[in-house]
Write a protein that binds this ligand. Structure first.
Ligand code: SF4
Length: 416
């Protein structure tokens, strides 16, 4: 590997990390340096956010320790057989960079992943060393998200949890067949085994913290995972079911979806085209429906078309409502919270506002209109004190009526 300066390594290793979508920092407990102790804070004002060229939020210093790898996952630009330019940071270099960026207020923490060098254990040791040194040598209290390697020694993975706010293990692909075909050196059993151990360690630590104030923290922001969408033949229904199982079995904070992007010198087993980015968006909306709107995976799956794919032109909640029109209209002045949450165009905040306002008076269409971006989308599905849709939900062209209008491109848009 040619000698590179820090700047050149950063360019390579930050670019290599952009394929990882799971960079959100939600849900951690507070660490801070109030009172003059330590450096940084995992929350607060004055934090700069950066965005990768593809629009993903990278408000953390999001890098790989190295983009060299002894594995050969077909979908990965860093795989052994790829001819990308390679670089590698030492653990000490990552520590210095993180502190320097943090002190300049460029970042709120670190997201660190790595290709596998020498062995899974060796790589995991290096990742843990970065987090350990930041916490113990520098009293760093910013956010740390560490990717962990499923077949590394469980003791190393445990140490990762002691220093990191969030840990993640990627399931990589929605199905075991997809994993075997596209990442032959990885195994679903190993990945799920590691996620199960991590769940156990997080639960134990939570129990201990209730009993002993001095109990060490362990991954207070929980664990997450990521699935690549569109690299194999799994449809949206398969993906939604898989995500739901993962949430249930491993108590995940988030499942992230990353639309497969074709890579240079791609393997012949991969599709030539990337899936539409809207597909990734629709999957996130489905995920939201299951986590916050009371939908079961079967219900989300029922919103899909015959081929198991969610429509791209309308959101999954509207797709579900159009398929199950007999559930509507819903009377906003009488319906339960669960029924209100099913109404297309009404978010969780709007539903809470409806529930509190209707205790005081009967709600009219205008009242609901003030709580939503598009009353046109909501109107066919609700009854208010002064509005009842007549035969609107029976119209064959309701889908077309409610589909968002295609926006005209700006003449001088940035992408032109
Ligand atoms: S192990 Fe990770 S870095 Fe290595 S080829 Fe597979 S996905 Fe890429």
């Amino acid at each position: 590997m040619a000698q590179l300066d820090t700047q050149a390594k950063l360019a390579i290793l930050a670019d290599a990390a952009k394929y990882d979508a799971s960079c959100a920092s939600s849900g951690t407990s507070n660490r801070d340096s109030r009172g003059g102790k330590g450096v940084g804070s995992s929350e607060g004002m004055g934090i700069c956010h950066a965005y990768a060229p593809d629009g993903r939020c990278i408000s953390l210093l999001k890098i790989l320790l190295t983009n060299s790898c002894i594995f050969d996952c077909h979908y990965c630009i860093n795989r052994k057989s790829s001819n990308v330019r390679r670089a590698r940071f030492t653990a000490e270099e990552v520590v210095k960079l993180t502190l320097a960026f943090y002190k300049r207020n460029y970042i709120e923490g670190l997201f660190l992943s790595s290709g596998i060098i020498r062995s899974s254990n060796y790589t995991m040791e290096q990742l843990v060393e970065v987090a350990r040194s930041l916490r113990e040598d520098h009293d760093f209290r910013g956010y740390i998200h560490l990717k962990t390697i499923p077949d590394a020694d469980p003791e190393l993975v445990r140490q990762a949890g002691l220093h990191a706010d969030r840990v993640s293990i990627n399931v990589e692909l929605p199905t075991a067949e997809g994993l075997t075909r596209l990442a032959p050196e990885k195994s679903e059993r190993q990945i799920e085994g590691a996620m199960g151990s991590m769940k156990g360690a997080i639960v134990d630590a939570k129990d201990a913290s209730k009993r002993f104030r001095s109990a060490p923290r362990f991954a207070p922001a929980g664990q997450s995972t990521q699935m690549i969408v569109g690299a194999d033949s799994a449809n949206d229904r398969d993906i939604v079911n898989r995500a739901s199982q993962l949430y249930g079995r491993f108590d995940l904070r988030r499942v992230y979806y990353s639309a497969f992007s074709p890579i240079p010198d791609a393997s012949a087993v991969l599709p030539l085209k990337r899936p539409p980015l809207m597909r990734e968006h629709r999957l996130y909306q489905s995920d939201w429906l299951m986590r916050f709107y009371g939908f079961t995976p079967t219900e989300v799956g029922a919103a899909a078309e015959d081929n198991g794919m969610l429509p791209l032109d309308i959101d999954p909640k509207l797709a579900w409502a159009l398929k199950f029109r007999e559930q509507f209209p819903v009377d906003v002045n009488r319906a339960s919270k669960e029924q209100l949450l099913r109404i297309p165009g009404l978010g969780t905040k709007a539903v809470s506002r409806i529930l509190s306002s209707r205790r005081l008076r009967k709600l009219r269409l205008d009242d609901v209109g003030r709580l939503t971006v598009s009353i046109a989308k909501v109107r066919p599905f609700i009854v208010t004190a002064d509005w009842r849709p007549t035969l609107l939900t029976d119209r064959a062209d309701l889908h077309t009526m409610l589909r968002p209008k295609t926006e005209q491109l700006e003449l001088f848009s940035a992408a032109a």
